[in-house]
Design a protein around this ligand. Structure first.
Ligand code: ADP
Ligand code: MG
Length: 250
């Protein structure tokens, strides 16, 4: 098994509905320290809702969500903000500010959250991270000058600037061409090695799942019914929907 026994996220019997729409229906899931866990599921199955509950953007109806030892739903504003500093949330779109340069986009979270850094330290940190994502030359560019894949990389670099313990990637390869997808998958693998993060990668791209995941979890009918290695989940899949997920992708 990749990762340790230590759990950085523990989800137990989690339920969430929106009116009559039942989304999460008794979710159990663990993320171990140091592992890359892939969460698969068709559009609308509740993948984003799950990670929004993880970072306190939504509240569950019942069940528990423990992140880095904290019961997220019970935290006040201050404690929640402190916890969020340890979670890098890479949004479905890269969510860069279009009117700011790459440097300004990247220093934004730092200036807001870390008060005692000098100009020089901030620049060094930004340069180091742009180096890690392979875009050292883009520091003074505007987002509009970057390709989709480059924006994704900058988004990931910005997320890493606060040195989070957990990274959440919500559909990191959506809308990218196949070659750029592979680049982003490699970046996710590299980030784990380099920064020792524990990650959840949400995707419906099976190439991304296979490349980045130490473990796969498939969300079906509001629960993780299939969990295990890529081979365990897909080679012996009995559920027709898990099978068709595979057949459709390969
Ligand atoms: P996905 O697996 O594609 O990420 P989501 O988690 O975004 O799916 O959404 C799951 C379901 O919950 C969808 O049907 C979506 O429309 C619904 N939903 C998500 N957020 C809200 C919300 N804030 N209010 C009402 N319905 C929502
Ligand atoms: Mg989503």
């Amino acid at each position: 098994m990749v990762g340790t026994e230590e759990k950085v996220v523990e989800v137990r019997n989690l339920f969430k509905s929106f009116g009559d729409l039942k989304v999460l229906q008794g979710v159990d899931l663990d993320l171990h320290k140091g592992e890359n866990l892939v969460v698969l599921g068709k559009s609308g199955s509740g993948k984003s809702v799950l990670i929004k509950i993880m970072v306190g953007l939504l509240k569950q109806d019942s069940g528990s969500m423990i992140v880095l030892g904290e019961d997220v739903a019970s935290l006040g504003v201050k404690a929640l903000n402190k916890l969020r500093l340890n979670i890098g949330f890479s949004f479905q779109n890269s969510a860069l500010y279009d009117s700011m340069t790459v440097r300004e986009n990247m220093e934004f979270p730092l200036v807001r959250n870390v008060k005692n850094l000098t100009r020089k330290e901030i620049t060094m940190k930004i340069e180091e991270l742009l180096d890690s994502v392979g875009l050292p030359q883009s520091i003074d560019q505007m987002p509009s000058e970057l390709s989709g894949g480059q924006k994704k990389r900058i988004g990931v670099a910005r997320t890493l600037i606060l040195e989070p313990e957990i990274m959440l990637y919500d559909e990191p390869t959506a809308g990218l061409d196949p070659i750029t997808c592979i680049d982003i998958n490699n970046l996710i693998i590299q980030i784990r090695e380099q920064y020792n993060t524990s990650s959840i990668v949400i995707t419906h791209d099976l190439t991304c799942a296979k490349m980045t995941g130490d473990r796969q979890a498939v969300l079906l009918d509001g629960q993780f019914k299939a969990q295990g290695s890529f081979e365990e989940v897909f080679a012996g899949a009995e559920d027709q929907r898990v099978k068709s997920f595979y057949d459709y992708n390969f």
